[in-house]
Design a protein around this ligand. Structure first.
Ligand code: APR
Ligand code: PHB
Length: 389
């Protein structure tokens, strides 16, 4: 089999790139290790920057999202019982869209199938060959039979645990990582959100986040030790602890209910450079991971896809390699700014085990300055709604 762009990974990055290229007349094949149902079973955040929304509209996949999404003008920051608002609309003239990543991925799958996009599920043992040559190809097994996919370019959209990044030789690649000494215990419940905007809370007991998927489905998080397991937390214990970490006035209005999903995710900052090796290009989680605090994971994958999509159109339509030659440099410039913002907000709002009194006073002083200073709020708002591509 042959295609112009072989895309490894059928998550948001791979699907969005495939849809955009297909609409520009460029042939792709997506190789996904799991089944569609497995991919859609993942619970992920859905805070979308305006750049992501624009890409989905460019891909012709934004109709349901625009009908069903929530538009948020800002977020609430809580420091103990005190709260203040970061008003995106006032400070930046824009807002963010709340639309679950599961629904967004479902829309992308539906759009790919409507266009007869080629997606191969249960693709095992995917290997990339000849990335440094002019004739790369990908081998994989499906239904026990070995297959070969010849292509012009390979997009590695296979996430943090994928094969693409590992294809780049260790002496070419340079990885940067920061592991955080805690995780996020997340609960999904079919209850109305406690507030119509997100509440990021810093309390003596640790960080918590009140978020949502819709007006009837809430998403809550608690910072927990890395040694905790979801089964250590009953629903009652979760709700009791959440009430102790959010402002009292908010806790009084919290509507609790049975958890329909409960999981713990570790927090990590990670970037792998370069994001290109020959005819292989890394996108999204395959190249970088952010702690979820700044809601930048999906949004940073989007800017990668924006740069790579336009670079591939440029090379196929104009035989001009400027875009692919500069892809890694352009993508990393924005990736590192998202990494910095996510790292900054994580350090600002979480309790670190080894923190001493000085550290805690630094946090409180920074929170006080953010509460009091419009310029500080503007900087946070500009990063949260999304820096320009
Ligand atoms: N072969 C084929 N497919 C693979 C392989 C492999 N060796 N390894 C992983 N995959 C698939 C996974 O099953 C997954 O569906 O690649 C896909 C990668 O998707 P994500 O991990 O979601 O990464 P990405 O598409 O870059 O999405 C970026 O979305 O996943 C969320 O919030 C998360 O920030 C992340 C954002
Ligand atoms: C979520 O709704 O899952 C969510 C929202 C904002 C974040 C992280 C997660 O920063």
């Amino acid at each position: 089999m042959r295609t112009q762009v072989a895309i490894i990974g059928g998550g948001p990055s791979g699907l969005l790139l495939s849809q955009l290229l297909h609409r520009s007349g460029i042939d792709t094949v997506v190789l996904e290790r799991k089944t569609r149902a497995h991919v859609l079973g993942r619970i992920r955040a859905g805070i979308l920057e305006v750049g992501f929304v624009d890409l989905m509209q460019e891909a012709g996949v934004a109709d349901r999202m625009m009908r069903e999404c929530l538009v948020h003008q800002g977020v609430i920051i809580a420091d103990g019982d005190e709260t203040f608002n970061i008003d995106f609309q006032d400070l930046t003239g824009t807002s963010v869209v709340v639309y679950g990543q599961t629904e967004l991925t479902r829309d992308l799958y539906d759009a790919r199938e409507a266009m007869d996009g080629k997606i191969i599920f249960n693709a095992e043992n995917v290997e990339i060959h000849g990335a440094e040559s002019d004739a790369p190809y990908v081998t994989y097994r499906v239904d026990g039979a070995e297959q070969r996919l010849k292509c012009d370019y390979v997009a590695g959209c296979d996430g943090f645990h994928g094969v693409s990044r590992q294809t780049i030789p260790g002496d070419v690649r340079r990885d940067f990582e920061r592991l955080y000494p805690f995780g996020w215990l997340g609960v999904l419940s079919d209850t109305p959100p406690v507030h119509d905007e997100l509440i990021y809370s810093s309390s003596k007991r640790g960080f918590s986040l009140c978020s949502m998927r819709s007006k009837n489905r809430s998403r809550y998080y608690l910072q927990v030790p890395l040694s905790d397991r979801p089964e250590d937390w009953s629903d009652a214990a979760f709700w009791q602890e959440l009430k102790r970490r959010i402002p009292g006035a908010v806790a009084e209005t919290l509507i609790t209910g049975p958890s329909i999903e409960k999981s713990i995710a570790p927090l990590r900052s990670f970037v792998s450079e370069p994001m290109r090796w020959g005819r292989l290009f890394l996108c999204g989680d395959a190249a970088h991971i952010v702690p979820p605090t700044g809601a930048k994971g999906l949004n940073t994958a989007a800017s990668d896809i924006h740069y790579l999509f336009n670079a591939l159109v440029q090379v196929f339509e104009e035989r001009d390699s400027e875009g692919i030659d500069r892809y890694s440099e352009r993508a990393l410039a924005r990736v590192w700014k998202a990494e910095r913002f996510s790292w900054w907000l994580t350090n600002l709002l979480h309790r670190f085990p080894e923190q001493d009194g000085f550290d805690q006073r630094m946090q409180r002083a920074e929170l006080a300055f953010l509460r009091e200073n419009r310029h500080a709020q503007t900087v946070m708002a500009q990063n949260y709604v999304g820096l320009p591509y």
